[in-house]
Design a protein around this ligand. Structure first.
Ligand code: HBI
Ligand code: FE
Length: 286
């Protein structure tokens, strides 16, 4: 099928791992929680404990507090229970998916305040690194911040923007904003820089790396248009981290119509992943 071929290409030729045969038209499946093995629950607990030891003083408070309310330490959670809590808090729900899904479907879920969570868990030998999102990345990394009303609104607006970008030919640009905010974003707080990006929060190594002074990575304040025009690395730690001052700032930054941004950027060469432009200040100096 067309989508599976595209994704296989994006994931360096590797086939997708999930069971797509049982998915509906929106790529939604049943979680089938009873089918997880005791080994899988044990692996989840190890992943959870490793991350929790790293997150105090590094993850933003909004994430840590919401995560603690989910009681997800003891094993792979049942999506249904969290989905009910989430719906009461911000109107978002969780839908189970077999893995990566087509962009149009992904954006449509977000635009309707549904977050797609992959059902399968990585193998023990993938404890430190995995290419495709699994249930640990999707649930542990993404779900807690959906309890924050402003971030929840940002995610919905991102989905709406994605549907628009597909028509405007701005998808490469908009995907960079998702990458540098939802996946790898940092936030400035009175206590210092903190992590809110799910790709960092679910990673063993990058939690420490991204806040360590003296690395070759840049930490610069998020400018949306600049971010839309910045390439990113998918198989190394990030070379640039974009920092926001608040979730309100992030949400307000996506209020404008991006059509003129896409127009302007079409004729421009994107910035390399590790670039510092005139007038930019590094927020975590080496
Ligand atoms: N599907 N399940 C899943 N999770 C994603 O994060 C995802 C996806 N499909 C498309 C996609 N992400 C990207 O194209 C967007 O980040 C732009
Ligand atoms: Fe993700």
């Amino acid at each position: 099928e067309d989508f599976l071929a595209t994704v296989a290409e994006k994931s360096h030729g590797a086939a997708l791992r999930g069971d797509y045969a049982s998915a509906d038209a929106q790529y939604v499946v049943q979680q089938d929680w009873a089918a997880y093995t005791e080994e899988e629950h044990a692996l989840w607990r190890r992943l959870y404990q490793r991350q929790m030891a790293l997150l105090p003083g590094r993850a933003c408070n909004e994430f840590i507090e919401a995560l603690q309310g989910l009681n997800a330490a003891d094993g792979i959670p049942q999506f249904e229970a969290t989905s009910k809590k989430l719906e009461a808090a911000t109107g978002w729900t969780i839908v189970a998916v077999p893995g990566l899904i087509p962009e149009l479907t992904f954006f449509d879920h977000l635009a309707n305040r549904r977050f797609p969570v992959t059902v399968w868990l990585r193998k023990p030998e993938e404890f430190n690194y995995i290419v495709e999102p699994d249930v640990f990345h999707d649930f542990f990394g993404h779900v807690p911040l959906l309890f924050n009303p402003v971030f929840a609104d940002y995610m919905q607006r991102y989905g709406q923007g994605g549907l628009k970008a597909m028509q405007l030919g701005g998808l490469d640009q908009l995907a960079r904003l998702y990458w540098y905010t939802v996946e790898f974003g940092l936030i400035n707080t009175p206590e210092g820089l903190r992590i809110y990006g799910a790709g960092i929060l679910s990673s063993g190594g990058e939690v420490e790396y991204c806040l360590t002074p003296g690395t070759t990575s840049r930490h610069i304040h998020l400018d949306i248009k600049r971010c839309l025009n910045t390439l990113y690395k998918i198989d190394t730690y990030q070379e640039t981290y974009f920092v926001i001052n608040s979730f309100d700032e992030l949400f307000e930054g996506t209020a404008p119509d991006f059509t003129p941004y896409y127009e302007e950027l079409k004729s421009k060469t994107p910035y390399p992943a590790n670039s510092l432009l005139d007038g930019e200040t590094e927020l975590l100096p080496g």
